[in-house]
Write a protein that binds this ligand. Structure first.
Ligand SMILES: O=P(O)(O)O[C@@H]1C[C@H](O)[C@@H](CO)O1
Ligand code: HPA
Length: 294
């Protein structure tokens, strides 16, 4: 699954993987995309694909979760060279995995990626949110980080970034505005939101008390990914945009009969996939055409 999960990957390990990939394809991606649960269709939009199964890439972890195909796809999205993770890694897939699950971000950086766009499936805590809403992430709560489980723990290699990176600007404000503008143009205003994403370790879904607490703490949505990747991406200077598809309402009420489950998550992904793909792919076009965003 995750070879030597607790081991930090050195700069040289990451470089070897990036060089191996660059030797197999002529695509030189400047945008890197990460697909959340059930949202892997984004990768299928890439033209002139060169795709690798994770198991064939040196040093790469393996996907173990249903709805995460486990392929790294290079290609162009409306003419823009991209690399797309069709399937991501989660903290719960292996104990002590926080470094393995974020390794692809450093490989993105060494491939030449400047902007990372991440998607995820999340439970809605904000009572104004509906299932099927797309939430532009403006900030995060890193709960595993509160307990010392941060992907930057351990020795710091300055070739990637500084020891104490700032996170108050983690989510690029221009890209958030671009998403809002593009969403309005596409007629998505009724289901486009913005908010704070809270990451937990998973894989168990939250209790009612936990959901109530997270909501009180300021979280609008809860999930099990993204934040660790964002920290590593920002540490090495890539711009970050992230969004959550609200696939289910987090259960906040003891009278509720609702039960969070992965099948519902994947089903909502299928229902909203096309719009989500259109939003992200149109944004990618604008990043290419507008120097303010590039
Ligand atoms: O990769 P994401 O964050 O989209 O996956 C979410 C969180 C869990 O892995 C899973 C729960 O259904 O979906
Ligand atoms: O309700 C949820 N909680 C945590 N992670 C999730 N991913 C999709 N939905 C959820």
């Amino acid at each position: 699954m995750f070879p030597e999960a607790n081991k930090g990957y050195s700069y040289e390990d990451c470089k070897a993987t990036a060089d191996w990939l660059l030797a197999q394809t002529d695509v030189r991606p400047t945008v890197g995309i990460v697909c959340g649960s059930g949202l892997g269709g984004l990768a299928d939009m890439l033209k002139d694909q060169v795709a690798f199964n994770y198991k064939d890439i040196p040093n790469f972890p393996q996907s173990t979760v249903h709805g995460h195909a486990g392929r790294l796809v290079f290609g162009t999205l409306k003419g823009r060279p991209c690399v797309c993770m069709q399937g991501r890694f989660h903290l719960y897939e292996e104990q002590f995995a926080v470094k393995s699950i974020t390794l692809p971000m450093r490989i993105f950086k060494l491939l030449g990626v400047e902007t990372v766009m991440l998607t995820n499936a999340a439970g809605g805590l904000n009572q104004d949110f509906k299932v099927g809403d797309i939430m532009i992430i403006k900030d995060h709560l890193n709960m595993p980080g509160f307990a010392g489980n941060n992907p930057l723990s351990g020795p710091n290699d300055e070739r990637f970034g500084v020891r104490f990176p700032c996170m108050s600007d983690a989510y690029d404000r221009e890209l958030q505005q671009l998403a809002m503008d593009v969403g309005q143009e596409l007629g998505y205003g009724d289901f486009l939101r913005e908010g704070v994403y809270c990451v937990l370790g998973g894989p168990s879904f939250e209790t009612i008390a936990e959901c109530r607490m997270l909501h009180k703490l300021g979280a609008d949505a809860v999930g099990m990914s993204t934040v660790h990747e964002v920290i590593i991406a920002r540490h090495c200077g890539m711009r970050v945009f992230a969004l959550s598809l609200i696939t289910n309402q987090a259960v906040m009420d003891y009278d509720s009969e609702e039960k969070a489950n992965h099948e519902e998550v994947l089903q909502t992904g299928r229902q909203r996939a096309q719009q989500l793909e259109r939003l992200v792919s149109t944004m990618v076009t604008r990043i290419e055409h507008n120097n303010n965003y590039a």
